[in-house]
Design a protein around this ligand. Structure first.
Ligand code: UD1
Length: 416
């Protein structure tokens, strides 16, 4: 199994391009299931999660052709509306095929995702919404089985803000009979990107990006082209990597537009952040100030940036309180950071981080995608070598990580 070897101590500088957003590409590729006409997507990141989803779509009968970051999907021949356990278990976002399949094929069988490293993560809200739209939904042999001749528009209220839940129901509603209103909808930028793609396909949607989304169902959707938005979490991760090394880095193909909460914290930590239309430059001081944070749904501070900021706080001046409110059990990186010499105390959903002057390289283990990113960030400032094991998690969500870090002057390589 591959490992990542990082020799800490290099100050990051230079320029790299940010990739398309994984969490936008996943639902948007699933939207291709809603039409019998070809869809073409550009700026699709080449990641393990995307490959998993394409394999899943392929076994359903979707024809796929890819050329670099452009992917064309033709779902005219979908004949097997099933998402098997073997695929869903490796990527929870596979549940995103449920809404489009029920809407277009009148039936879907999708394996329950089960638990994952960062908590239970149920899909009850996805199911509740489809039932409210008239689908008969049962759980049989570990699979969600949904059936309905045609979904009916309905007023939906999710018990909590759920990103993929909102996306699944919004996609399903595009082909329903009548109007659907999703209240308490997630407001993440990826939802707006998905809505823009659906509108280009002929869907009638208003309110995406607010907590009330209205969808007027249509009889059919047509083919379209769509460019995936930049990855705001990849952007934030490189901003943290630059910040922690006292670096001076420019990121292109991205913007601060969706990163207010993150940029705010970086400025509190002492960084200068300049934003241009299609680029961001960060200049960091020799040592950062500790910053408190609390994760919440967009537009507040994203849970997907919590681990990276924990790494940053590990070497900052002062004490930081980090509260995780979205997922239980999302502090698995803390014990690994402690192996590098970090001083972290966990109390329920709060972590208290006392910054130390330096971390020391050691062997650590990646536990999930963003936890892995926090270990990379810590490794960049640790004295000596840090070996990160189980880096397949990083392959799920960071395109060409080693090349990008190396281009910024980091000493990092992949070893078998
Ligand atoms: C998405 C993101 C993930 C991010 C998360 C929160 C994708 C592919 N993934 O995950 O990177 O960390 O949003 O910003 O976009 N919940 C339920 N029942 C449900 C649905 C959710 O109880 O039916 C709970 C979850 O367990 C969690 C909370 O709601 O505690 C939010 O989860 P949700 O927004 O659904 O996360 P994902 O969409 O899976």
């Amino acid at each position: 199994m591959d490992k990542l070897l990082i020799a800490g101590g290099s100050r990051l500088s230079g320029e790299i391009a940010i990739s398309g957003a994984k969490n936008a590409a996943l639902p948007i590729l699933c939207a291709a299931l809603l039409t019998a006409e070809p869809m073409t997507f550009s700026n699709v990141p080449q990641l393990k999660d995307i490959a998993t989803l394409l394999a899943l779509l392929g076994q359903m009968g979707v024809e796929i052709s890819a050329d670099g970051d452009t992917v064309t999907l033709d779902a005219s021949g979908v004949d097997n509306p099933v998402a098997p356990y073997e695929m869903v278990k490796t990527m929870r976002a596979s549940i995103l095929v449920l809404g489009p399949l029920v809407a277009r094929c009148g039936e879907a069988r999708v394996s329950l995702p089960g638990g994952c490293a960062i908590g239970a993560r149920p899909v009850d809200q996805h199911i509740k919404g489809l039932q409210a739209m008239g689908a008969e939904v049962g759980v049989e042999h570990g699979y969600v089985h949904a059936r309905v001749p045609r979904l009916k528009g309905a007023r939906l209220f999710t018990d909590m803000v759920t990103v993929t839940g909102t996306e699944n129901l919004m996609m399903a509603a595009t082909l329903a009979d009548g109007e659907t209103v999703i209240e308490n909808a997630a407001r993440e930028p990826e939802i707006v990107d998905l809505a823009n793609c659906l509108v280009a396909m002929g869907a009638r949607i208003s309110g995406a990006g607010t907590d009330v989304i209205r969808i007027q169902g249509v009889d059919r959707l047509h083919g379209a082209t769509h460019r995936i938005m930049p990855d705001r979490i990849e952007t934030g991760t490189y901003l943290c990597a630059a910040a922690v090394t006292g670096g001076d880095v420019r990121l292109t193909g991205t913007s601060t537009a969706y990163l207010d909460a993150v940029v705010d914290k970086l400025m509190d930590a002492g960084c200068e952040v300049e934003s241009a239309r299609d680029a961001i430059r960060i200049k960091a001081p020799a040592r950062l100030q500790a910053v408190n944070l609390r994760t919440s749904p967009y537009p507040a501070f994203p849970t997907d940036m919590q681990a990276q900021f924990m790494a940053l706080n590990c070497v900052a001046h002062g004490v930081a309180m980090i509260r995780e409110t979205i997922f239980e059990n999302r502090f698995m990186h803390a014990v690994e950071l402690q192996r590098l010499g970090a001083m972290i105390r966990i109390d329920g959903n709060t972590a208290v981080v006392q910054g130390v002057e330096r971390l020391q390289g050691a062997t650590v283990m990646a536990t999930d995608l963003r936890a892995s990113a926090s270990l990379v960030i810590a490794g960049l400032v640790a004295e000596g070598e840090t070996m990160i094991e189980r880096i397949y998690h990083l392959d799920r969500g960071y395109e060409r990580l080693v090349e990008k870090l190396a281009a910024l002057g980091a000493s990092v390589r992949r070893v078998s």
